[in-house]
Each structure stands twice: as C-alpha cells, then as structure tokens.
Design a binder for this molecule. Structure first.
Ligand code: HEM
Length: 434
C-alpha cells in the first residue's frame, strides 16, 4: 500500500506563502559564522562583496557613504528613467507636450519627473564629492591608481549623462543650455567644429540633436556606466578592499586574537616580533610561502549583516532625500524651445557654468585648454604622487601640500560656478543676485 505524500490542495494553498518564501530564501537568517559567510557568497546580489570587511570601511566618517549614495542615485535614475520612457517621445513636435502631459495628466508624473531630475543633479554633485573624499584620504595611491583613473572616467560620463538628458524636455532652458554647452565643445582647435557636428548631427540644435542625445542618454551612456561601475567595484576587491590607515589592522583596543589563543601563544616568541617576518606555507593552494600574519587585513567583521545594513541604510537615506526634495520642489519646465528667441543670458547647466565663466575670458583656454589640463592632471595624479604617506587618513598632515592644492582647486571651481550661476546677467555682465 502506498501513502500519498501530497498533503492535499487546501493545505498546499494555505502553505503557499511560506513555501514560496522558502523557495526563494532557502536558509533562515544566519546565526553562525559559516551561515554569515554563506549568505554573502551564495546570493547573486551580495557575492560581489567580500565575506569579511575591515572595520575601517564601516566607519561612516571615513567614506561618508558617498560611493554608495552615487550608486543609489544611479539606480533611482535608471528606474525613474525607464518609467519616463513609457511617455516620452524624442521628437521636437511632441517632446515638450509630453512633459506637460506628465505634469498634468499622468498619475505621479510630476513626482517621477522631479525624482529623475533631482537625482541627476544630485549624482553629479555626489560623484564629485566622492572624488574629493578619495583624494583627501589619499586613496588614489598605489595599488588603487587604476581605480582612480576609472573614477575620473565615471565622473566625465556622469557629466555627459546629465548633459544629454538636459535637452530632452525641449524647453527654452534645455535648448539654450545645450546650444551654449555644445558651442564650448566647438572651441577645440582643428576638430572642434567636427566634434560639435557629430554630437548635434547638424549645424544647429534640432531634431537630429534630440534623437542623438536621446539614444546616448537612454541606452549608450547607462550601459557604459553600468559596465564601468561593475569594473570599479571589482577593482575595489582586487585592491584589497577600501584603503585604511597603516596601523588599523591590529588596534590596541581589539586584540588580533581571541584571548584563549593569545594565551596559548604566550611563551612563544613575542608575536609582535614575528608579525612582519614570519611566513607560512599554504599547502597545495598557492606556490611559495604566504606571509599571513601582519600582511593580510585583519580586524574584520562579517559583511553580513554589518556591511549590508550600512549599504541599505545609505540607499534608504538617499532615496528618502530625493523623495523629499522631489515633493517640495518642481523640476523646471519653461516655454517650448524657440530657436529664434535666445534668452539673455543663455546659461549652460550649472556644472558647466564654471567653464562658461572661463570662456567669457578666453574661448580657447576657458573652454578647452584649462578643462583638458584639469582632466589630465586628475588622471596623472596617482602616477605623479608616488609617496605612500597619509593613506587612509582624512587631511593627513603628511600630505599638507597636496591637500592645500586640491582645496584651492575645488574652491576655484566652486567660486567660478557661483559667479556664473548668480552673478551673471544680460550679456554676461556682472550683476548682484539680490
Ligand atoms: C558613478 C560614479 C561612481 C560610483 C557609483 C562609485 C562607487 C564607489 C563605491 C560604492 C566605493 C566604495 C565606498 C566608498 O568609497 O564610498 C568606491 C570607492 C572608490 N572610488 Fe568610486 N564611484 C564613482 C566614481 C568615482 C570617482 C569619480 C572616483 C575618483 C576619480 C572614484 C574613485 C574611487 C576609489 C579610488 C575608490 C577606492 C577608495 C578607497 O579605497 O578608499 N570613484 N566608489
């Protein structure tokens, strides 16, 4: 006689939620170290993290959560951007009307547009602040040179992503900002005009430019950014996790070994003396001796839940911030683009207003010469500054000159942007904002 193992339809129905949940999350929340490790490497979304994370990485005052905030804003942009694509049409006849529809007739349309707009501005600012944090903690130094260079490319791509989106509402603000912005690109010697033509597909900003900016904005740049962000994270792992102060592996407050082991070690040669010199063979796994003690990062905790909760918190705060700003402030939408009526003054997007301000003094140096030198300087920085001093410490005294020069660089950019935004009126004359 065979007994049926199927408990019956009604029981199955009642147990459906529990069984569905279990088919997705096979193990309960981990309570052992093994469980915590398995949670990290058996989950698709978590396995990019190490199983253990250095405690310095978890200090909110070290990273300020800026890298994670940048990623969170990018995620918000992708999600809201995809929803906006259901309504938007990249045509000079329809684009502006579609924006009005979003505002007037689509449920949550305004909120969606506001969130997309403010996240885009936010991402430009946050990525730049993240660059500043990496600089001020000396985290661009070896072995992280390449990740810094990748970061500079990410910054440029972020600018470009935001810039291409600026045109899409096809209002006066968008039209003239892009006209000014692309005119700056045209100042490049020899290839400037051709570059501008390739970008616009025409001599003026029109339908060809709109479709090019649209394709770049919704497909090309997000795909390139997603790929490079993944490489950026992979490099963090390969570079041994985030930078940290040299002496942070065995802090006095937290012994390197549990007391029981430390007690057993007592009587052997003093550990401190052997730390730097002793090597161990990891049989059958790697060739040659392996200098475990004193060389590999210790003072770590399990990434689950420590790191993941920190990241979740950062994501939640960023999304909440965007939501609050989007509920309070509407994204601007001016009259439809009119190529015959330029506003006076026509201004580029705020993050290019420093450039526009410099262009008002010298078209070539302001638009091309100085920006190229700035980007080259940033890219070459880790190869020119080879001193290993001051890594992992904010504003280290050992890097006084570098820190001072960088503060001057940031302040100069900031002052130029403030002048361009608030103190420039008709014909780019100086005005008072109040
Ligand atoms: C789309 C833009 C970017 C995203 C999403 C991103 C994301 C991240 C994240 C999540 C981290 C680890 C946590 C943290 O440091 O806050 C990180 C670290 C790092 N980022 Fe970025 N980043 C971006 C742009 C940049 C830029 C512009 C630079 C510099 C030019 C840069 C250079 C670095 C370096 C060198 C590290 C390792 C820092 C260390 O070891 O302390 N990143 N990034």
């Amino acid at each position: 006689m065979t007994t049926s193992t199927n408990p019956g339809f009604v029981t199955n129905l009642l147990q459906l939620p529990r069984n569905a949940w279990r088919s997705l999350f096979r193990n309960p929340l981990p309570s052992s170290d093994l469980g915590r490790s398995q949670t990290s490497f058996s989950n698709f979304f978590l396995h990019i993290h190490p199983v253990k994370t250095h405690v310095n990485t978890l200090r909110p005052t070290y990273t300020l959560g800026l890298g994670m905030a940048a990623l969170s804003l990018f995620v918000v942009l992708v999600i809201t951007g995809m929803l906006l694509m259901f309504y938007y049409v990249p045509s000079v006849e329809q684009a502006h009307n579609r924006m009005l529809d979003l505002r007037g007739t689509v449920a949550f349309g305004s909120l969606l547009r506001n969130m997309h707009r403010w996240s885009a501005h936010g991402m430009v600012a946050v990525v730049f602040l993240h660059l500043c944090r990496v600089f001020f903690t000396g985290s661009y130094k070896a072995p992280r040179e390449f990740n810094w260079v990748l970061g500079v490319v990410l910054l440029l791509l972020t600018f470009f992503l935001s810039f291409t989106g600026y045109l899409l509402p096809w209002d006066q603000l968008a039209y003239w900002a892009i006209t000014v912005g692309t005119a700056i690109a045209g100042y490049a010697p020899f290839v400037g005009e051709q570059m501008r033509f390739v970008l616009l597909g025409d001599r003026i900003v029109g339908q060809e430019a709109l479709i090019r900016f649209y394709v770049l904005h919704v497909a090309v740049l997000p795909a390139v950014l997603t790929t490079l962000i993944a490489v950026h994270f992979w490099r963090i792992r390969k570079d041994g996790g985030l930078s940290r102060p040299e002496d942070s592996n065995f802090p006095e407050s937290q012994p390197a070994y549990p007391q029981a082991i430390a007690a057993k070690l007592e009587g052997l040669a003093p550990l401190a003396k052997t730390q730097k010199t002793k090597t161990f063979g990891v049989l059958g796994m790697v060739r040659g001796p392996f200098s475990k003690i004193g060389n590999t990062p210790d003072n770590t905790v399990y990434s689950w839940p420590n790191l993941f909760l920190g990241e979740l918190f950062c994501f939640a705060v960023t999304v909440l911030g965007v939501l609050v700003v989007s509920l309070l402030f509407a994204a601007p939408l001016e009259a439809p683009a009119d190529p015959t009526h330029p506003p006076n003054p026509s201004k580029a997007p705020w993050y290019f207003l420093g450039l526009q301000e410099m262009v008002s003094y010298s078209a070539f140096w302001g638009g091309i010469g100085i920006p190229t030198l700035m980007v080259l300087g940033l890219i070459l920085l880790p190869y020119l500054d080879r001193s290993p001093k001051g890594v992992g410490v904010w504003f280290s005294r050992e890097r006084l000159l570098a820190v001072t020069l960088f503060i001057l660089f940031v302040l100069t950019n900031l002052v130029l942007i403030i002048i361009g935004t608030f103190f420039r009126g008709p014909n780019w004359s100086l005005v008072l904002p109040w």
